[in-house]
Design a protein around this ligand. Sequence first.
Ligand code: 13P
Length: 349
Amino acid sequence: MNTTAFKSILSVLLAEGKGVLAMDESTPTCNKRFAQYGIAQNEETRRSYRDLILTTPGLNEFISGVILCDETIRQFATNGQTFISLINGLGIIPGIKVDMGAKDIVGHPGEKITEGLDGLQGRLYDYAQLGARFAKWRAVITIGEGIPTRGCIQVNAHTLARYASLCQQVGLIPIVEPEVLMDGEHSLDRCFEVTQEVLHTVFNQLYEQKVAFEYMILKANMVLPGINCLQQESVNEVAEATISCFLRTVPAAVPGIAFLSGGQPGDLAAARLSAMNMKYKFKMPWVLTFSFSRAIQQPALALWKGYPENILEAQKALYHRSRCCSAARLGEYSASLEHDYTFPLIFQS
Ligand code: 13P
């Protein structure tokens, strides 16, 4: 294991004031988001959209890493460079989503297992050759009537651990993502209970598979009430529940935890992350940052709508959300930042 290389990747990914931009939506997910805005769904529109994101002026002030999908890592930017060389030129670290999506588990109605272990070692070598320095695998845990079951949690945790050990073997930092979904009517307490069990099981399996905690990143959900729960706790209550859950379950050797946004509005996701970093900074043994997709990209996509004349406005929106997330990473986000529409000179075309 090349620990020096791992440390240098981590020091960039977890740098002060920066976080990871997830832009690894699978083709079906990307198409679904495009369809909402009437954007044509084909390889070229997906390429153009990723080009818009990666050519946003000043993106690297706030973003330390980007997660790509299999299609994007092989594509070229509009200026003729590969996306990988464009990203490297910005001092941003490229990563790759390597799972093959969540499928129904036979005998477990309403529960899913993420596929993609077959042939994974070979694919990881190929991605490392293409320039990826880290990888991501997402497992999905749903809260509902009688679920999640122990069987679902165990099989997903075991799969995450096998993926993570293969990543470390080929020199990629694994991002380990067991996402407890916020869909449903469950309470914050129920989310706490499930997240705690999931994280205990995942770290137990990571240990069993000899994954070095020092060279991984946990990508986690915040501890939240379900989106349809009538009682929605305050920002500070969510921050407290999330941190106390992590303090019980995430080993101190893990260098960083990066949140997914999971469908939270961008401003709320930033406010909650900021509260955690402000109030618990000296209690946490790990860096707490973001690895958002929707909470950074959504306004930009809504402005772009597939039209070249909207690119600049969309990039401003992307810059703005990235700046808010960066402030949250530092524990310095406030609602007033949402109204700060000053942009660097590089935006003046
Ligand atoms: P969201 O921030 O939109 O939840 O996406 C993060 C992600 O990468 C899910 O795997």
